[in-house]
Design a protein. Structure first.
Length: 277
């Protein structure tokens, strides 16, 4: 644990809470975490864990080595403007706000002529709320190796991390892992409904669907074989699995997934244009 490290969360929503819970006592002491949240009703919970709070950006930011922006993208520009006076040369800015490109945020933090380059943009996903997330990260050129390691260790407190090259790659991360939990939940819904349709109770179908997903994912993660080989090993010619997969293929399942991800990536680009104005 880095006792000298202090972190400010600018925005105290669910993702900030998940990150703070992961960091406290591991990456830095709880007392070194400062949370800025306009919702004063939420402050008691933060304070009970030993963290300090404020309803608006304050001078405590100047003492924080890392700033984590976790506010709604439509509010980001105004929030950034309210924090700029406390930026220091060694401040590492980490953004977990969706839809705001790193270069856009760098310009808001600095100036068009001298943007703030010590910045890491992250795209976590909601399983971070239970410590099982996966986060894509991209760093601007002002981020040195020590800062990269620090950012990675922070996000690793709530799951795995994957570095990508730039904002364009983060659009792809958004389409896969950022939005991906919703795809999984949709498929789980369909499995549960399908299980009931073929004769199971709602609880039986739910338990079997969740167990199947968890087990198959664990097997894929721990196997040296690609998913295609694992799929083939479950599929006997002329058997039940082959019949189910034939139905999926007839409906164009792979193409549906590709189209869905392309739509998500395109929307990510559109939102970046909208929020970056």
């Amino acid at each position: 644990m880095k006792n000298e490290l202090s972190i400010a969360f600018i925005g105290g929503g669910n993702m900030a809470a998940a990150l703070a819970s992961g960091l406290a006592g591991k990456v830095c002491p709880a007392g070194s975490i400062h949370v800025i949240d306009i919702n004063q009703d939420s402050h008691a919970a933060w304070q009970a864990r030993g963290m300090t709070t404020a309803t608006a950006p304050d001078e405590a930011l100047a003492r924080c080595r890392v700033w984590v922006f976790a506010v709604k993208p439509q509010n980001m520009k105004d929030v950034v403007a309210s924090t700029r006076q406390w930026l220091r040369d060694d401040t590492l800015v980490v953004s977990v706000a969706a839809g705001i490109r790193a270069d856009t945020l760098a310009g808001w933090l600095g100036t068009p002529e001298a943007p703030w380059r010590r910045l890491v943009r992250c795209m976590p996903n909601t399983p971070a709320l239970v410590g099982a997330g996966i986060t894509g990260l991209a760093a601007l050129d002002g981020v040195g190796q020590a800062d990269r390691d620090l950012a990675a260790s922070m996000l690793a407190s709530v799951g795995d991390v994957v570095w990508v090259a730039d904002d364009a790659a983060l659009d792809a991360v958004t389409a896969l892992s950022g939005s991906g939990p919703a795809y999984v939940f949709l498929f789980l819904e369909a499995l549960i409904a399908g299980g009931q349709k073929v004769g199971l109770t709602a609880e039986q179908a739910r338990q079997l669907a969740l167990g199947t997903f968890a087990g198959a994912t664990k097997l894929a993660a721990e196997s040296s074989e690609p998913p295609s080989v694992l799929r083939e090993r479950v599929t006997s010619q002329g058997g039940t699995t082959a019949a189910a997969l034939a139905a999926f293929n007839a409906a164009g399942f792979a193409g549906i997934v590709e189209d869905a991800m392309a739509a998500a990536a395109q929307r990510s680009r559109e939102l970046a244009e909208e929020f970056g104005k």
